[in-house]
Design a protein around this ligand. Sequence first.
Ligand code: SF4
Ligand code: SF4
Length: 564
Amino acid sequence: MPDEPVPLFTVQIDGVWHQFPKGTRVIEACAQAGIFVPRYCYHKKLSSPGNCRMCLVEMGMPRLGPDRKPELGADGKPMINWMPRPQISCAQEVSEGMGVRTNSPLVKECQRGVMEFLLINHPLDCPICDQAGECELQEFSVEYGAADSRFLENKVKKPKAVQLGPRVTLDDERCILCSRCIRFCQEIVHDDVLGFVDRGSHTVLTAHPGKRLENNYSLNTVDICPVGALTSTDFRFKMRVWFLKETKSICTSCATGCNTIIGTREDVVYRQTPRENDHVNSCWMCDHGRLNLDYITSERRLLEPRVLLGDKLDSSDWNAAIERAALQLRHFPGWETAMIASARLTNEELWLTAQLARALGVDLIDIVPRSGPGDDILLSEDRNPNTNGARLLGITSEPGARLGEIAQAVKSGRVKALLALHENPIETGITAEELSNLPAFIVIDILENAVTEKATAVLPGFAFVEKRGSMINGKGRLQRLNRAIRGPGNARDDWEILRDLLQALGGSNGLYSIDDVFRQMSDAVPEFSGLTLSKIGDLGVQVLRARGALSPLAEAKETAVPPS
Ligand code: SF4
Ligand code: SF4
């Protein structure tokens, strides 16, 4: 049965009539009408306790005539009886004929009053507060507060630099008791860990006895804290936020692909914060993904290509390294070559990997599955960000199913050339000794590891914050990564390395940019048809059926009986 249509209510806001669906909260109706109502405790993804009083507005209900029907004014719209007292707009839903005033003298007086109360005990130390530049108390003070303070007494002192958990530090003096952090933990994470104790001006936020704020989503409390009370222990005092360049991207630490903003300055990543996408991660991301950045600046980063000359792995320029690697690959027929690819690569890189396999006649190719405990919030058991891309682009139909065969073929000596892309073959069951004995072992990776020294060519690639491209998350959504910083040293974008290898093997392929690669891919892959990297947009596009299943088209391809 089709869903019942939601009734629309006619509501007057600041003298203009609008229509909103039943159930719309007044504060949201105002936002839809283009009017911002200041708020602290309200957050659209959480319940509305109405405790900060910052969103007070005047409200009125339709004036009823003797027949109990709304009386109509000269404009044919209901006349309004205004309530004598202001009302909070976050907890009230719209109703037929309702009136709302957001900028009347009474509302402005209320806003000034609330701001004055909030600032009574708040320390005036904005210059040394980590939230400066993105603090709603600062912003609303300017917009809605009074210029002078009438407060003459001493401010209440409260605990400072309290470690609420391993990743979150609390300055209780700055807390305005909005309870967003408490409700986030209760309602989103189902971890009842935070609460208020004591009364009046002495009320403080604290973790319940014997508990710590250590759930895997704890840093979201820092994002939603409207002031500088909750800070990220990792980020605090490292960089003034107004110096940060913001790049929209996605997290690549699991198959969920949470949408993010990467904050950088001068090619250094300072923080990663969630970006709202209701198709993927709502407004949140997990701490595991958010903080998984250290390897980008690791001392083990591969910074220049190296090739085996004699018995020594020596630095090389890119032209010589590509030529050498192509020569090694060309030396062996396809059945003596294997490729271990990665579901951490972008679609564009996987597409070029598949072309490379085709050019070399390689059939023995797979990706390395990577899993960990998931939860029913965001974190996926699949810790690879692009397993669906690897499936769709034909790198694997069952991730990891052929790794044993590859290891066996290396062991038996049948495989003489191995290309490892962003994966360590040791983790797939091949021993270091077997790798040393390979006549050709080409590594494309980010970090030096135990087997890099055994390679005959090492080609340093980029980390996810250094590249542009696309991935398909576990629910079949095609999403875009954007470059936030430049790669270090002489490392190169992986798609360029693969393009150059292909060129060295088979001549020019007309690929001059990552957009060219996507275009070539979208011409051949029906799921990408009509798309470009730009058209994917900031919120992505659903290309596969949800739950990780392939689209009917790709499914048909997978299950098709091969011609005998
Ligand atoms: S710490 Fe921040 S989010 Fe939590 S109650 Fe205080 S002001 Fe609100
Ligand atoms: S849930 Fe997955 S994609 Fe989202 S932040 Fe965590 S690791 Fe990253």
